[in-house]
Design a protein around this ligand. Structure first.
Ligand SMILES: CC(=O)SCCNC(=O)CCNC(=O)[C@H](O)C(C)(C)COP(=O)(O)OP(=O)(O)OC[C@H]1O[C@@H](n2cnc3c(N)ncnc32)[C@H](O)[C@@H]1OP(=O)(O)O
Length: 467
């Protein structure tokens, strides 16, 4: 999904709703440096960050130039160049089970000034982002949330988790296989050329990861402000396979009090292969003169404890929601992923905002590909989409067998809210668990059991960045 995100017209409903409050909702022109800097200042203030210094501001300007950024302006304040609310968004692929990607709409930088809170400004912005996502042809909108109580009301739900993984150095005796390649220390800047390709492959094999945007890797590698203390403390490791091909990298720093062993801390470990993942973990956990290793935003399903003699060396904590997904085009979303089992399943989706509401028939074949039938227009408030929606989405020819197999019996069906669709979409939670929580209702016997098998993902969904 590659196009100019600023080409979509501003949402007229949000414009009108905010004008009625005496506020001006505008797209910010990234060529207008004064306006852009005002927006950046508001964004930093909204997240309680310090005002950006020069290299950071340059970086923000470059990143925001690639995004669609909106500000809400109040002419009746002493500094009207600084918006009282911000949001940014851009098209990005979201990895889904089966090594594929679905068109996503990433939403970030949602801030409302405390002087203007709880007047419905965030609501206007969030509803506009859904309409824009739909106009852009995205199947899902997605975000990472500061607080877990904000976004459910707009149909978002947790879809992939992340956790902090800590390893006690004294107990970390490696029993895993030796990797065929080698790990090297490299200067972070030297990874600039190789990191994008490695990241792309790492992202594509992990449901829940999103495409990295231009500049994301520069920040990970400490290249935004290379002279800062934080950047100078960053060390980089690269794994080259047995043919000398780079297949993974990690960056870490050691935090320590004087005369004390330190903690190895990292939030970047990108591995395109299992060998690379194991080899990088091994170097990270086998360092001397450290108390332990702390990996941030790691998977809740790391293989690490199976690689150490003492699995209790590993503590996984703060596991929780990280990626939030909102399905805006259910047929496109369901047709994009691969399924864990063949079968025919009818989903009655409840969506108060209308985007995904209706009855969808999901027909998956043994190879995991699926066709989705959605009665055109049924239950949809389809004013937003620019493109023609088709009745069927996904693979075609190969699903004939599944259809024939299931033709004899009435398809199994279940009813679920669009939020619960988002939570089962990547395989992060089994539909039967949500049924036990009273959130999904089985409308015909066997539907949940089939849904558990179909929506299963071979790899636990995981997102390893904030955005
Ligand atoms: C994707 C991201 O960018 S995550 C970052 C979110 N931003 C932050 O955390 C920065 C600090 N917080 C803020 O800037 C603001 O408090 C915001 C953006 C969270 C909310 O802005 P507001 O304009 O006050 O929200 P608004 O008045 O539109 O409220 C919309 C609804 O969300 C609810 N809500 C708003 N903030 C919160 C919150 N922090 N926790 C729970 N509910 C909330 C409101 O009660 C309201 O509910 P209702 O319409 O169903 O009755």
């Amino acid at each position: 999904m590659s196009f100019e995100p600023r080409s979509i017209p501003i949402d007229p409903d949000a414009k009108a709703a905010l004008a009625a409050k005496g506020l001006d909702y505008r797209l910010v022109d990234s060529n207008d440096l004064e306006a852009l800097d005002g927006w950046i200042d508001a964004d930093h203030r909204g997240f309680h960050h310090a005002r950006p210094r020069d290299p950071g501001r340059e970086y923000d300007r470059a990143v925001m130039a690639e995004r669609r950024i909106h500000g809400v302006y109040d002419d009746d304040i002493p500094e009207p160049r600084v918006p009282v609310a911000t949001v940014s968004s851009w098209p990005a692929g979201l990895s889904v089970p089966g090594g594929r990607s679905v068109d996503g709409w990433a939403v970030s930088s949602v801030t409302v000034s405390p002087t203007h809170r709880r007047r419905g400004i965030a609501r206007a912005l969030m509803e506009a982002e859904l309409a824009t996502a739909r106009r852009a042809g995205a199947a899902v909108a997605m975000l990472t949330a500061t607080e877990a109580t904000i976004y459910g009301r707009f149909g978002y739900a947790p879809a992939a988790k992340a956790a902090t993984v800590e390893v006690d150095r004294r107990r970390a005796h490696w029993i895993g296989p030796d990797a065929p390649g080698r790990v090297h220390f490299v200067e972070p800047g030297s990874l600039r050329d190789q990191a994008p390709a490695i990241s792309r492959r790492a992202v594509s094999r992990t449901p829940g990861e999103i495409d990295r945007w231009p500049g994301a890797l520069d920040r990970m590698l400490g290249l935004v402000d290379p002279d800062s203390d934080a950047s100078r403390g960053l060390r980089a490791l690269r794994y080259d396979d047995e043919h000398g091909q780079p297949q993974g990298f990690a960056t870490f720093r050691v935090t320590r009090e004087p005369n004390e062993p330190g903690w190895v801390e990292f939030d970047v470990l990108a591995a395109a292969t299992d060998d690379a993942e194991r080899a990088l973990w091994r170097v990270l956990v086998e360092q001397d003169f450290v108390t332990g290793v702390r990996g941030l935003l790691r998977s809740v399903d790391e293989p690490l404890e199976w690689l150490l003699e003492d699995p209790r060396a590993v503590t996984t904590r703060d596991a929780g929601d990280h990626l939030w997904v909102r399905v805006v085009d259910a047929a496109a979303a369901l047709g994009a992923r691969r399924y864990g089992a063949a079968g025919e399943l009818v989903l009655d989706i409840v969506d108060p905002l209308g985007y995904a509401a209706g009855r969808y028939t999901l027909l998956a074949s043994a190879d995991g590909r699926a066709v989705v039938h959605s009665p055109r227009g049924e239950g949809e408030t389809d004013e937003a989409p620019k493109r023609e929606r088709s009745r069927s989405r996904g693979a075609d020819a190969s699903t004939g067998g599944a259809r024939a197999a299931s033709r004899a019996a009435a398809p199994r069906s279940m009813r679920l809210h669009v939020r619960d669709l988002a939570s089962i979409y990547l395989g992060g939670v089994r539909p039967s668990v949500l049924a036990r929580a009273g959130r999904i209702a089985e409308a015909s016997p066997g539907a949940l059991e089939l849904a558990d098998r179909m929506f299963a993902s071979p790899r636990t969904p995981h997102l390893s960045i904030w955005f």
